[in-house]
Design a protein. Structure first.
Length: 340
């Protein structure tokens, strides 16, 4: 008998850590992680096992397929937006080929044990591409089907992988005699910028916000790479994990989309700094604009419409910007650096 597991790729990353924390608190003990690096003690203590390797390694995936029965896949491994712009070919290999490998694994598993495999994919507001600042200002909150013209390799990767998920979920080998529809239960969220209190920023273009607060808490100088008026939506990591859990727990018949927008708050960079200074008045932060990174932020929406997520699976963020700081970021981040 193969052991039943929940697979998390990129388990050492920000969302991977958050998922391990949340699932283990709910009593889930059959988590198996995959990452390029060895897990830290936090992850190691809360998982059945962690395999060190790449999602591009077909031998590793074949080993997983042979040894385990997979209930669900949380596919978090990715090359993030800023790094992807420096290495677009590698980004495509990791973000697209890696996702295709995992979708193929999910299909093989579902066909093998006869039950659908839930597949969670973290997409991004990077799939959107506003043509100008004027368009960004007048567009308002963007719906799921609007402005899908990404201007980064990361955004292109994410948008294409959304389509791959739809294909595996509904149209896989549609000319064959076997009905495979529904065997892969693909569910995705287009995340805004995510701010974590537990892990450090790891290369996202939206990381100027968490980098501000971490620098302020450490008493370090920080040069913010976007303008003070730069505006995109954000949410806390705890709300991101809550959203993943709610979507994965929702009955499939309630879902009208495979991919959903969610959001919590959307301050400008200047407004975010003002909030940081309420708690760290001596915060030493300047705005030194990186034109290329700013142009990426300018192409992303100032806000997104998450009405469909609210309607289909009851989504509601717990943290507005005030609660994000007072209830989550300041207590956790302050404690982190006081201990160091």
């Amino acid at each position: 008998m193969r052991k039943s597991i929940i697979l998390i790729t990129g388990v050492n990353g920000e969302i991977g850590h958050g998922l391990v924390r949340s699932l283990s608190e709910k009593g889930v003990t059959n988590i198996l992680g995959v990452d390029l690096s060895a897990p830290d003690d936090f992850v190691k203590e809360r998982t059945l096992d962690c395999l060190i390797g790449s999602i591009l390694d077909r031998n590793l995936l074949e080993r997983l397929n042979a040894q385990y029965e997979i209930e669900a896949i949380y596919h978090m491994a990715a090359l993030l937006s800023t790094r992807a712009e420096f290495s677009p070919v590698i980004a495509h290999e990791v973000n697209v080929d890696g996702t295709l490998n995992l979708l193929d694994l999910a299909m093989e598993q579902a066909q093998s044990h006869g039950n659908s495999v839930k597949f969670f994919f973290p997409s991004s507001i990077a799939v959107y591409g506003l043509p100008s600042l004027d368009a960004k200002t007048t567009a308002g909150a963007i719906k799921e089907d609007d402005f899908r013209y990404p201007q980064t390799m990361y955004g292109c990767n994410k948008l294409y992988c959304e389509s791959l998920g739809d294909y595996y979920g509904h149209y896989y080998k549609r000319l064959s005699t076997n009905d495979t529809s529904g065997l892969v239960d693909f569910r995705a969220i287009r995340f805004p910028g995510i701010i974590s209190a537990h892990t450090l920023p790891a290369g996202g273009t939206s990381d100027y916000a968490p980098e501000m607060i971490h620098a302020a808490a450490k008493g370090e100088h920080y040069d913010c790479f976007v303008r003070e008026d730069a505006t995109i939506p954000f949410m806390t990591m705890s709300d991101a994990i809550l959203a993943i859990e709610q979507l994965m727990e929702a009955p499939v018949e309630n879902l009208t989309k495979g991919v959903y927008n969610i959001r919590a708050f959307n301050p400008s960079a200047g407004a975010f700094l003002k909030k940081v200074k309420e708690f760290y008045p001596q915060a030493d932060i300047d705005f030194i604009i990186n034109d290329n990174r700013q142009s990426i932020i300018d192409s992303w929406p100032a806000d997104i419409d998450d009405d469909q997520a609210k309607q289909d699976w009851g989504w509601k963020a717990k943290h507005d910007i005030n609660a994000a700081f007072s209830d989550y970021l300041i207590p956790e981040i302050g404690s982190r650096y006081e201990q160091n």
